[in-house]
Design a protein around this ligand. Structure first.
Ligand SMILES: CC(C)(COP(=O)(O)OP(=O)(O)OC[C@H]1O[C@@H](n2cnc3c(N)ncnc32)[C@H](O)[C@@H]1OP(=O)(O)O)[C@@H](O)C(=O)NCCC(=O)NCCS
Length: 262
């Protein structure tokens, strides 16, 4: 184990000798074979689109075909796309889109009227969740979910909504999502070729407490472990020297957005 000069100098040596094991210089980290971050460049967005189209085509070829290019909503300011890339070859292994309702209603609200307890509340909708087929898919899915949960805490989102098709709703129910509509009936979503989806919701602020109370098997992964590869806020680290520019974004009619020069 190594110690930085800074740590050694700043700690009284009599205290250090009493500690067993000695203080670590950095927190314990759990590495993942992939990196999760917000797609912030054209190239990263294209990678997300690639894995999105590939995964959907496996199960819903007609929908997958329409997802081969960026969707308008991907480029709106209330929306972000999360990308998971393999660390060994940087190929995309998963993606998820998060849309908040801070400036405009959620895309799913063109198809459903939300019950009153969700109206005028800070909401996010998760869509276009997709992972590469194979044994790593489930881990990627959980890491995307952890990124989403942490992002929503930071953005003060109260509820996350998702439209899930059978049998995929089991994943979300297992994470403690609940039905938005008491009848639990699937509803057609225009954003997914009007296929029926069960509309589920997840309360962000109470998640840690609920998972703790039910001794959820994912509690450690979601709450206790430090995964530096889940790096959703890399863009707000102390990078004052990174040049930024105001750029027009195709399909976006508002003022130019701040983008890093990459
Ligand atoms: C949704 C997804 C991320 C879940 O990943 P995962 O937890 O690793 O689960 P799997 O891919 O093993 O899928 C679980 C089961 O659902 C099925 N399934 C997956 N996507 C499906 C879909 N769109 N429609 C119907 N069934 C689907 C799988 O065939 C599998 O069934 P099986 O257990 O009988 O083999 C992944 O299946 C995926 O990328 N699907 C394509 C994109 C998609 O449909 N997204 C919708 C999210 S609501």
């Amino acid at each position: 184990m190594t110690f930085s000069a800074q740590t050694v100098v700043s700690i009284d040596s009599s205290v250090v000798t009493d500690l067993d094991p000695p203080l670590q210089r950095t927190p314990k980290q759990v590495g993942l074979p992939f990196r999760v971050r917000i797609a912030r460049t054209e190239e990263q967005l294209q990678k997300a689109i690639e894995i999105r189209a590939e995964a959907y085509t496996r199960h819903l070829p007609a929908l997958g075909e329409t997802l081969r290019t960026t969707e308008h909503v991907d480029l709106t300011p209330d929306c972000l796309v999360i990308l998971a890339e393999s660390k060994s070859d940087e190929l995309p292994v998963g993606t998820m889109r998060i849309q908040t309702n801070f400036h405009a209603p959620l895309a799913m609200e063109t198809s459903i009227h939300l019950p009153t307890n969700f109206r005028e509340r800070p909401l996010a909708a998760v869509s276009r969740l997709a992972v590469k087929a194979g044994p790593r898919g489930k881990m990627v899915k959980l890491a995307l979910f952890k990124a989403m949960h942490r992002y929503c805490i930071a953005k003060q989102v109260e509820w996350v909504l998702i439209g899930a098709r059978p049998p995929l709703e089991e994943t979300y129910l297992g994470l403690d999502f609940i039905d938005v509509f008491p009848d639990k009936n699937p509803r057609p979503l225009a954003t997914a070729k009007n296929l029926p989806h069960r509309i589920l919701a997840f309360e962000i602020a109470t998640a840690e407490r609920r998972w703790h109370e039910i001794d959820h098997p994912l509690y450690n992964f979601m709450i206790n472990r430090f995964h530096p590869d889940i790096e959703i806020f890399n863009s707000v680290s102390n990078r004052w020297l990174q040049p930024r520019a105001r750029r027009a974004v195709p399909g976006w009619d508002g003022p130019p957005l701040d983008s890093p020069l990459v």
